[in-house]
Design a protein around this ligand. Sequence first.
Ligand SMILES: C[S@@+](CC[C@H](N)C(=O)[O-])C[C@H]1O[C@@H](n2cnc3c(N)ncnc32)[C@H](O)[C@@H]1O
Length: 169
Amino acid sequence: MKIVVYHAEECDRKKCTSLKLGRKGKFKIVSSLNQLPRGALVLNPFSEKAVSPEDRDMVLRRGIAALDCSWKKVKKSSVIFQTARNHRSLPFLVAANPTNYGKPCILSTAEAVAATLYIVGLKDIASDIMSYFKWGPHFLDLNRELLEAYSRAENSLEVVEIQKKFIGG
Ligand SMILES: C[S@@+](CC[C@H](N)C(=O)[O-])C[C@H]1O[C@@H](n2cnc3c(N)ncnc32)[C@H](O)[C@@H]1O
């Protein structure tokens, strides 16, 4: 499984989830956009299209790419979000990492990648990624009902419908 993270060097390196997974050999950390895998699913919080089980083949064959930068600095115009295709945002999920605990959609890179893997049906790999953090398994437990529902959707539109019903109560 190719998981490649473009690292913008804006974070506290001790707290950075992608650098930790890079050290464990789970993520490849790159500093040049040319090193991102072609055709990968790009995790972009500004994308209008949501991750769905339809993306499974793309994830298996091409991998996942993410941008690790400060949430304070991330912008629609961030360079990685301009260059690649196949951008996806994650539907409503709540962060469990200590920096943004309880905040919807403001996920760490590790949480975003694990959620993507879960939704496309690669649940064991999602659990493995989360197992490197004390709070990681809690992220999956906290969001289990929604992650399960998203993982049973047909496509991105259905994922958005599930999200709407959940937020609307
Ligand atoms: C802004 S960085 C923050 C990383 C943080 N410093 C850490 O240690 O994990 C998080 C990245 O994860 C992905 N991500 C997080 N939440 C997302 C969402 N709701 N939709 C799509 N991608 C998301 C994006 O690639 C985003 O740039």
